[in-house]
Design a protein around this ligand. Sequence first.
Ligand code: KG4
Ligand code: ZN
Length: 357
Amino acid sequence: MLILGFESSCDETAVSVVSAENGVLRILSNEIASQIETHRLYGGVVPEIASRAHTEAISALTEAALMHAGVGLRDIGLIAVTDHPGLIGALLIAVNFAKALAAANSIPLVPVDHLTGHIAAAYLSEAPPAPPFLAVLTSGGHTGLYHVKDYTSYTLVGTTRDDAVGEAFDKVGRILGLPYPAGAAFDALAREGYKEILGDTTGDLVARHARILTKQDPLALPSPALAGDTLDFSFSGLKTAAMNLLNRHTMTNTPFPRLRFAAAYTTTAVSAIAEKTRLAMQRCGVSRVVLAGGVAANSHLRTHLSSVVSRAGGQLYLPPLALCGDNAAMIAAQGYYVDSAGIRADSHLNASACDSL
Ligand code: KG4
Ligand code: ZN
């Protein structure tokens, strides 16, 4: 079966064709029209502009996705579309487009939760994991630990009580003068910081740095891993402490150790995610862990989480770098499992800004 996937929840319009043969998923085309350059002017996503850009892009992108896959609409057996969560005006563009296409061509339609889509990016890797597993979702809008019991059954076991980890990187990155979204540039800045502090950039830099980053260090920051039995985080405290540190330097006119700070911020954020992941593995009784979402592209998180999970006797599944950010291949992949579970949408399908997981 061929699945046509649609994604327009935030600032990427995406359309993809994925094939499912004997349970094996393969990407035939994966078109993405990013609006980042447009929103960069404002330092963040402007919802109204996002909706208009999705409207302009979606039709040509669909034609390109079909053409690059070498198929026509008549070959498509299923349409999958992100219906939540996200910016409501943005979501509605792909939802309505997909509904019209499905109705006009008598193709079944399935709704896909964007967050489960991110997790499904792992099903498109060379050696895909099978549930049950723990999913560590780290994106611009969400940070959550999910016990994935089967392809359509998720239990949220830990989450952020305020900001998401990607948002925390973006907001502090903005103060450091990095362009929006700051994640990738922050990653590179931290690497330079580790080089300065550790002398080289080999191995698990976060673990090596954490061993010497004491509470007395002037660049020490509060851990976003909430104390006690909980698997929850608070990234807003980390972000505020970082901003205060930066402001203190500005007010006292002292030079700011930008690179070392980026390393300290990364070590603190990444260690917290790894610590709660280890606890969640124990609590859920799982050994397989899937990293997902835009922040899954962070090189320091990838390396540190791999070593923490393997030390805990588990195996970490990393999504291909190209599938960490928003894309429609992951939506098509999850759509396949939603359809297999007998869930279908009809012409009443609506979008929702809210989370349901
Ligand atoms: O999953 P995503 O594309 O969008 C949401 O659904 O939110 O995630 C985007 C987020 C942004 O905050 C971006 O800064 C972050 O992923 N990101 C990174 C890296 N690459 C992207 N954060 C840290 N390190 C990276 N290398
Ligand atoms: Zn996303």
